[in-house]
Design a protein around this ligand. Structure first.
Ligand SMILES: [Zn+2]
Length: 199
Protein backbone atom coordinates (compact mmCIF):
# COMPACT_ATOMS: atom_id res chain seq x y z
CA UNK A 1 0.00 0.00 0.00
CA UNK A 2 1.45 3.44 -0.94
CA UNK A 3 2.61 5.45 2.06
CA UNK A 4 0.25 8.38 1.46
CA UNK A 5 -2.77 6.04 1.65
CA UNK A 6 -1.42 4.49 4.86
CA UNK A 7 -0.98 7.98 6.33
CA UNK A 8 -4.47 9.04 5.26
CA UNK A 9 -5.93 5.86 6.79
CA UNK A 10 -4.19 6.24 10.13
CA UNK A 11 -5.07 9.95 10.19
CA UNK A 12 -8.75 9.25 9.47
CA UNK A 13 -8.95 6.41 12.01
CA UNK A 14 -8.09 8.86 14.79
CA UNK A 15 -11.19 10.89 14.02
CA UNK A 16 -14.68 10.16 15.33
CA UNK A 17 -17.62 8.97 13.25
CA UNK A 18 -19.80 11.85 11.99
CA UNK A 19 -22.82 10.20 13.61
CA UNK A 20 -21.65 8.56 16.86
CA UNK A 21 -18.63 8.54 19.19
CA UNK A 22 -16.84 5.53 17.69
CA UNK A 23 -13.69 5.85 15.61
CA UNK A 24 -13.93 6.03 11.84
CA UNK A 25 -13.61 3.03 9.54
CA UNK A 26 -11.02 3.12 6.76
CA UNK A 27 -11.32 6.36 4.80
CA UNK A 28 -15.01 6.72 5.61
CA UNK A 29 -16.52 9.62 7.55
CA UNK A 30 -18.34 6.98 9.65
CA UNK A 31 -17.54 4.09 11.99
CA UNK A 32 -17.86 0.53 10.70
CA UNK A 33 -21.56 0.20 11.59
CA UNK A 34 -22.68 3.52 10.13
CA UNK A 35 -20.48 3.03 7.09
CA UNK A 36 -22.20 -0.32 6.44
CA UNK A 37 -25.60 1.32 6.72
CA UNK A 38 -24.59 4.07 4.33
CA UNK A 39 -23.47 1.44 1.79
CA UNK A 40 -26.55 -0.75 2.21
CA UNK A 41 -29.28 1.84 2.79
CA UNK A 42 -27.83 5.04 1.32
CA UNK A 43 -27.65 6.85 4.66
CA UNK A 44 -25.62 6.24 7.87
CA UNK A 45 -28.89 6.11 9.84
CA UNK A 46 -30.79 4.23 7.14
CA UNK A 47 -32.50 0.87 7.74
CA UNK A 48 -34.84 -1.47 5.93
CA UNK A 49 -38.63 -1.49 5.83
CA UNK A 50 -40.93 -4.37 6.71
CA UNK A 51 -43.96 -5.25 4.65
CA UNK A 52 -46.38 -4.20 7.38
CA UNK A 53 -44.85 -0.69 7.46
CA UNK A 54 -46.54 0.12 4.16
CA UNK A 55 -49.44 -2.34 3.90
CA UNK A 56 -51.95 0.56 3.83
CA UNK A 57 -50.12 2.02 0.84
CA UNK A 58 -50.17 -1.35 -0.94
CA UNK A 59 -54.00 -1.37 -0.72
CA UNK A 60 -54.25 2.19 -2.10
CA UNK A 61 -51.95 1.36 -5.01
CA UNK A 62 -53.71 -1.93 -5.81
CA UNK A 63 -57.00 0.01 -6.01
CA UNK A 64 -55.45 2.60 -8.33
CA UNK A 65 -54.17 -0.21 -10.58
CA UNK A 66 -57.63 -1.78 -10.61
CA UNK A 67 -59.22 1.50 -11.70
CA UNK A 68 -56.62 2.14 -14.42
CA UNK A 69 -55.97 -1.20 -16.14
CA UNK A 70 -55.17 0.45 -19.47
CA UNK A 71 -52.95 3.28 -18.23
CA UNK A 72 -49.96 3.40 -20.61
CA UNK A 73 -47.50 4.24 -17.81
CA UNK A 74 -48.59 1.29 -15.68
CA UNK A 75 -48.24 -0.98 -18.69
CA UNK A 76 -44.70 0.28 -19.25
CA UNK A 77 -43.94 -0.25 -15.56
CA UNK A 78 -45.16 -3.85 -15.75
CA UNK A 79 -43.06 -4.43 -18.90
CA UNK A 80 -40.04 -3.03 -17.06
CA UNK A 81 -40.25 -5.77 -14.41
CA UNK A 82 -41.20 -8.36 -17.01
CA UNK A 83 -38.02 -7.64 -19.01
CA UNK A 84 -35.71 -7.05 -16.05
CA UNK A 85 -32.15 -6.25 -17.21
CA UNK A 86 -30.94 -4.83 -13.91
CA UNK A 87 -28.83 -5.97 -10.92
CA UNK A 88 -29.37 -9.30 -9.10
CA UNK A 89 -30.99 -11.09 -12.06
CA UNK A 90 -30.91 -14.41 -10.17
CA UNK A 91 -33.06 -12.89 -7.40
CA UNK A 92 -35.57 -11.60 -9.94
CA UNK A 93 -35.57 -14.96 -11.74
CA UNK A 94 -36.21 -16.63 -8.37
CA UNK A 95 -39.19 -14.35 -7.68
CA UNK A 96 -40.71 -14.93 -11.09
CA UNK A 97 -40.18 -18.70 -10.77
CA UNK A 98 -42.00 -18.56 -7.43
CA UNK A 99 -45.09 -16.99 -8.92
CA UNK A 100 -44.43 -13.30 -8.26
CA UNK A 101 -45.87 -11.23 -11.12
CA UNK A 102 -44.38 -8.03 -12.60
CA UNK A 103 -47.55 -6.24 -11.49
CA UNK A 104 -46.99 -7.28 -7.86
CA UNK A 105 -43.45 -5.90 -8.01
CA UNK A 106 -44.69 -2.64 -9.50
CA UNK A 107 -47.34 -2.35 -6.75
CA UNK A 108 -44.63 -2.99 -4.16
CA UNK A 109 -42.24 -0.27 -5.33
CA UNK A 110 -45.10 2.19 -5.88
CA UNK A 111 -46.27 1.57 -2.31
CA UNK A 112 -42.77 2.05 -0.91
CA UNK A 113 -42.45 5.31 -2.84
CA UNK A 114 -45.86 6.53 -1.63
CA UNK A 115 -44.93 5.62 1.95
CA UNK A 116 -41.69 7.60 1.66
CA UNK A 117 -43.37 10.56 -0.04
CA UNK A 118 -46.26 10.94 2.37
CA UNK A 119 -45.12 9.87 5.80
CA UNK A 120 -44.64 12.87 8.06
CA UNK A 121 -42.49 11.37 10.82
CA UNK A 122 -39.12 11.47 9.06
CA UNK A 123 -38.53 7.74 9.06
CA UNK A 124 -37.02 8.08 5.60
CA UNK A 125 -33.65 9.77 6.03
CA UNK A 126 -33.07 11.02 2.47
CA UNK A 127 -34.06 10.48 -1.17
CA UNK A 128 -31.10 8.13 -1.45
CA UNK A 129 -32.40 6.08 1.50
CA UNK A 130 -35.84 5.85 -0.14
CA UNK A 131 -34.27 4.74 -3.43
CA UNK A 132 -32.33 2.00 -1.60
CA UNK A 133 -35.61 0.86 -0.01
CA UNK A 134 -37.06 0.25 -3.48
CA UNK A 135 -34.26 -2.26 -4.03
CA UNK A 136 -34.54 -3.75 -0.54
CA UNK A 137 -38.27 -4.45 -0.84
CA UNK A 138 -38.05 -5.93 -4.35
CA UNK A 139 -35.07 -8.19 -3.60
CA UNK A 140 -36.66 -9.39 -0.34
CA UNK A 141 -40.14 -9.88 -1.75
CA UNK A 142 -40.11 -13.60 -0.86
CA UNK A 143 -37.34 -13.65 1.68
CA UNK A 144 -38.81 -16.54 3.66
CA UNK A 145 -38.60 -18.87 0.66
CA UNK A 146 -34.79 -19.13 0.75
CA UNK A 147 -33.92 -17.02 -2.28
CA UNK A 148 -30.37 -17.07 -3.68
CA UNK A 149 -28.02 -15.17 -1.37
CA UNK A 150 -27.16 -11.53 -2.05
CA UNK A 151 -23.39 -11.22 -1.94
CA UNK A 152 -22.96 -7.57 -2.96
CA UNK A 153 -23.22 -5.08 -0.08
CA UNK A 154 -24.60 -2.36 -2.34
CA UNK A 155 -27.24 -4.59 -4.00
CA UNK A 156 -30.21 -2.63 -2.56
CA UNK A 157 -28.70 0.63 -3.73
CA UNK A 158 -27.88 -0.56 -7.25
CA UNK A 159 -31.29 -2.20 -7.64
CA UNK A 160 -33.07 0.86 -6.24
CA UNK A 161 -31.28 3.21 -8.61
CA UNK A 162 -31.99 0.94 -11.55
CA UNK A 163 -35.71 1.07 -10.70
CA UNK A 164 -35.70 4.81 -10.01
CA UNK A 165 -33.78 5.72 -13.17
CA UNK A 166 -36.12 3.70 -15.36
CA UNK A 167 -39.59 4.18 -13.85
CA UNK A 168 -39.08 6.94 -11.25
CA UNK A 169 -41.40 9.30 -13.18
CA UNK A 170 -44.18 6.72 -12.90
CA UNK A 171 -43.63 6.22 -9.16
CA UNK A 172 -43.73 9.99 -8.58
CA UNK A 173 -46.86 10.31 -10.71
CA UNK A 174 -48.67 7.54 -8.79
CA UNK A 175 -47.71 8.96 -5.38
CA UNK A 176 -48.70 12.52 -6.37
CA UNK A 177 -52.09 11.38 -7.70
CA UNK A 178 -52.94 9.50 -4.51
CA UNK A 179 -51.73 12.28 -2.20
CA UNK A 180 -53.72 14.88 -4.19
CA UNK A 181 -56.85 12.74 -3.93
CA UNK A 182 -56.39 12.31 -0.16
CA UNK A 183 -55.89 16.06 0.30
CA UNK A 184 -59.08 16.76 -1.64
CA UNK A 185 -61.04 14.33 0.58
CA UNK A 186 -59.58 16.02 3.64
CA UNK A 187 -60.61 19.49 2.40
CA UNK A 188 -64.20 18.27 1.95
CA UNK A 189 -64.21 16.83 5.49
CA UNK A 190 -63.01 20.16 6.89
CA UNK A 191 -65.89 21.93 5.10
CA UNK A 192 -68.41 19.41 6.46
CA UNK A 193 -67.12 20.00 9.97
CA UNK A 194 -67.26 23.82 9.72
CA UNK A 195 -68.96 25.16 12.91
CA UNK A 196 -72.42 26.83 12.63
CA UNK A 197 -73.58 30.12 14.14
CA UNK A 198 -76.22 29.33 16.79
CA UNK A 199 -77.73 32.02 19.02
ZN1 LIG B 1 -20.90 5.68 13.96
Amino acid sequence: MPKYIKDALSFNKQKLCSVCNNYRHGLSAYCHKHNQRAITFGHPLGYGLRKKDYEGEVKLIAKLFELNPNHVGLREGILFFDNWRGPCPDRLFFLRSNGVTPEQLLIEVSAVWLFGSSEPNHRIKSDRHLICLLGQRVLNYKRRCNPPKITVESAYRHTGYYIYNNIGILLINIAKSIIKNQEEKYRIKVKLAEPFIIK
